[in-house]
Design a protein around this ligand. Structure first.
Ligand SMILES: [Zn+2]
Length: 208
C-alpha cells in the first residue's frame, strides 16, 4: 500500500506528479487547501472554525490542520493516499507520524534559480487571466495578451523578490521534515529539473 508524501518547492511540478500517481494507482490526493475548503462545507463546529479562520485570510493553525487531515486519513485513506502540501513543518510531521506511517516521502528537488526561472518567467493577463511564460510559452507580441491585446503583468507573488522569500521559507520549514523521514528511511530525493515525463519515470522507480 502506498502512503506517499510529495514534497518540493514551487515550480517543482509536485502537483502534476501527484495527479499522475493518483491516476496510476487510483489513490486520493489529500492537499491541505482542498481538504480545508471541503471541510467548510460540512456545517458542523469544526467546519465553522475552519471557515472563520480562512475567511479572515489567516493561515490555518497546525492544530486545526492536523485534526482535519487525521480525520480525512481515517475516513478516506484506508487504501493509501498521496499527501500534497502537508506536513509542511516539524510539528505537523510529528503529529502525522502518530496518526499513520508513511511508506514513501518523495522530495522533488529543484535549485532555487531554476524555480525562479520557471515561476518568475510567468506573465499574466489582468483581463482574461491567460498565463504565458517568457521562455516556454511566449505571447505572439512581447508583453501583450494574444486574446485581447492587454498589457501582461507579473503577479505580485511571482516577482523574483517574492519568490526568493517563499523559497527561503520553504527550505527553512521543510528541512526538518525531510530529516525526520530520512531517519525513518523512507525519504528519496528526485531531480525535478528534467521534463515532467522523465520526473514521473523517476518517481515510479523510487516506488519500487
Ligand atoms: Zn488577455
Amino acid at each position: 500500500m502506498y502512503k506517499i508524501l510529495l514534497i518540493g518547492p514551487q515550480g517543482s511540478g509536485k502537483g502534476t506528479q501527484a495527479q499522475i500517481l493518483a491516476e496510476k494507482f487510483n489513490l486520493p490526493i489529500f492537499s491541505t487547501g482542498n481538504i480545508l475548503r471541503q471541510r467548510i462545507k460540512q456545517d458542523d463546529e469544526l467546519g465553522k472554525e475552519v471557515g472563520s479562520v480562512i475567511n479572515a485570510g489567516h493561515l490555518a493553525p497546525d492544530d486545526l490542520v492536523n485534526k482535519i487531515i487525521a480525520e480525512k486519513i481515517k475516513a478516506d485513506g484506508q487504501n493509501g493516499y498521496i499527501l500534497d502540501g502537508y506536513p509542511r513543518n516539524l510539528k505537523q510531521t510529528e503529529f502525522l507520524d502518530g496518526v499513520d506511517k508513511l511508506t514513501h516521502v518523495l522530495e522533488i528537488d529543484l535549485p532555487d534559480d531554476e524555480a525562479i526561472r520557471r515561476i518568475g518567467g510567468r506573465r499574466t493577463c489582468p483581463k482574461c487571466q491567460a498565463v504565458y511564460h517568457i521562455e516556454y510559452n511566449p505571447p505572439k507580441v512581447g508583453g501583450i495578451c494574444d486574446h485581447d491585446g492587454e498589457a501582461l503583468i507579473i503577479r505580485e507573488d511571482e516577482t523574483e523578490e517574492a519568490l526568493k522569500k517563499r523559497l527561503a521559507t520553504y527550505h527553512q520549514a521543510t528541512e526538518p521534515v525531510i530529516d525526520f523521514y530520512k531517519r525513518q528511511g523512507v525519504h528519496k530525493q528526485i531531480d525535478g529539473r528534467p521534463a515532467i515525463e522523465r520526473v514521473a519515470e523517476e518517481v515510479m522507480e523510487n516506488l519500487k
